[in-house]
Write a protein that binds this ligand. Sequence first.
Ligand code: SAM
Length: 262
Amino acid sequence: MTKQEMIHFLRQSIDSDRETENLIDYYRDATRGKQLPDAQIKNELTKIGEGIPVQYVTGISFFYTSQFTITQDVLIPRPETEELVHWVNSDLKSISRSLNILDIGCGSGCIGLSVKKKFPNHNIILNDLSSKAIKVAQLNADNLNLKIQTCQDSILEPIELKTIDVDIIISNPPYILPSELNRMDGHVFKHEPHLALFVDNDDPLEFYKAIVKYGLEKKVQAIYFETSDIFHNDLLKWIGETAYKCESRNDLQGKPRMIKVY
Ligand SMILES: C[S@@+](CC[C@H](N)C(=O)[O-])C[C@H]1O[C@@H](n2cnc3c(N)ncnc32)[C@H](O)[C@@H]1O
């Protein structure tokens, strides 16, 4: 199918010209080099037209400088998270010795693997509670030819995590309250893994508090967090009550979305 034919086909189920074109551009990039039969292309475009994210339909997500394989067991990597990776990588430039860097709640592995690709001398440990996410992260490490360690464990009740050496933590943990469901984009709720999105109880800082506590026990040098803009200040206030200092950054849209704890 030509690009124009794809646009015409998808436009029947999508209201806007611009969105249709963006989705087709993404689809063509993600399937580049594959000789897909027209029937398969139509089948996949139908799914996209029904609202399944193009990243899940193609199994491909572009993040930072790499292409990641994704399944519906992992969150679709977000552009804000690239900004967090950029912050970590800028700080690592001035450090020559090899560090143990732990990515908590790694999902597809997009954060830890993007750091490892830039700084192969550091030891990266990818953690997630989900064994399916760990499999996807390991597959991405293999595809990118990167050697990493994995650790399947819960940061809320760490067992194996207690046994490893850690110098730096990076995390984009779950932070959505079940009560926030009504203000969420329906596609996110319907297609992305709930384990990646929601906290169990009524404290959106649950994971952040557990990670800071773990970081204190491990005497880590720094923790880099992605946060929601909604409770960003609550988190800063809470960290202010611990032994750590912190620095906050906005994302490119001007929203407070990242914190470095040190
Ligand atoms: C917001 S997603 C982030 C995924 C990925 N790091 C990214 O930025 O795209 C949060 C991740 O935390 C994982 N997770 C949920 N509960 C966890 C727990 N108790 N311990 C460790 N990881 C957990 C989820 O499986 C999910 O992969």
